[in-house]
Design a protein around this ligand. Sequence first.
Ligand code: UD1
Ligand code: MG
Length: 457
Amino acid sequence: MEVVILAAGKGTRMHSALPKVLHQIGGRPMLLRVLDAAVSLSPDAIHVVVGVGAEQTIAIAEEAYPSAGINWVTQKEQLGTGHAVREALPGLKQSDADNSVLILFGDVPLITRSTLQRVIDHCGPEQVSLLTTRASLPEGFGRIIRNRDGDVAAIVEELDASPEQKRINEVNSGIMAIPALRLRAWLEALDTGNDQGEYYLTDIVAMAHADEVRTRATVVEETEVFGVNNKSQLAFLERHYQMGIANTLLKQGVTLLDPARLDVRGDVDCGRDVQIDVNVVLEGQVHLGDGVTVGANCVIKDSTIGEGTKILAGTHIEGAEIGKQISIGPIARIRPGTVLGDGCKIGNFVETKNAVIGEGTKANHLAYIGDAVIGDDCNIGAGAVFCNYDGANKHQTRLGNHVFVGSNSVLIAPVTLEDNAFVAAGSSVSSDVPAGSLAVARVKQRNVKGWKRPRKK
Ligand code: UD1
Ligand code: MG
């Protein structure tokens, strides 16, 4: 079995500079989702027909599947789905009589491996296998014409359909498996005598019927084979996909305060008693440990959150390893390379980046902690800034255990504050502070007696 994925179309109806098949569902380009299904079948070869935006499409697919050995076929002019498959013909092996060619569409992204397996199983040397669905809104899709025996006799595209045919709600998914040895002759016989002046792949069903080759249809749920041609369909499918993920999490015991207001763009795995408030976005690989709570309006990307940790509203976390029993936010920004030890507290308007922070350390308000290694039980005061950048290079700040950084201090890296060091509020610390020492680095206060305020002229 060989797979041909059609992905060359202009995607005119998307009104976008991005090739249609690169638009995303659940944060993953549609074409990659189709490739996921194709690869899972371990076919003899995967051919992908590209045209508009080919370079960008190939780059993204090769990055995701560097060793899949995809055979890229360029279709210079988009003359229709039949023409696209014809362009792939020279690369097909088509050796044995019982070989089949499985056609997938780059814009039908939620197809599953098990359904495709059924389609393949129904294809034989004298049988075409087609995947169809009963659509609630059949408009725009090819209608399935069955004969009296219930066999599929033809597919009629929307623009070529009679008013009577338009009332048929069984539609073509575009996915089919065709006996390899028959394919060439049928493709060569295609013509453009239709409303759009294109070579329709769907016409081979009527040809098969004429050749007394049966077409057997497998009917599945419409959302599995829903094709995306415009932004409304993309939005509809995204909601459907998200509802599916939310339901899976609910079944696993996650509490979602509103399943319609969670977006997962990647993979999330949750422990027991995880609770997620509204408008949360989880991206990439996210792990939420037992008892984690995520407040409203949080974004968490590629991060691990330890047991019992509370992420409060409006917090943004990316590329971080967060320990247990920590409180973060509200409105904190945890950037890549942050590692938080158990029992830390990161409060509002605190930003961390590339910072390894020990157990029980607190930065409760308004601080920037960049390029730092901080020990246990330190206290970073409000307004403390780790000055990590000298305008050309980044430098590191190191704090031992039990270090106290007074409010509104700047620590000018590279600098080290040893265990139990204490920085007076408002200091600019540019040289190391030995263990147990107080650093006062600010202009001494002087009070002017009898000071007269300026008067308005
Ligand atoms: C197609 C089917 C229709 C089916 C629907 C399901 C045909 C003629 N029609 O219509 O019966 O109900 O899909 O979603 O097959 N493509 C190319 N080269 C081309 C034209 C298209 O590679 O020259 C690719 C597109 O990138 C897309 C796929 O083929 O991935 C389908 O093309 P599209 O134009 O979206 O066809 P539909 O109008 O949706
Ligand atoms: Mg389409």
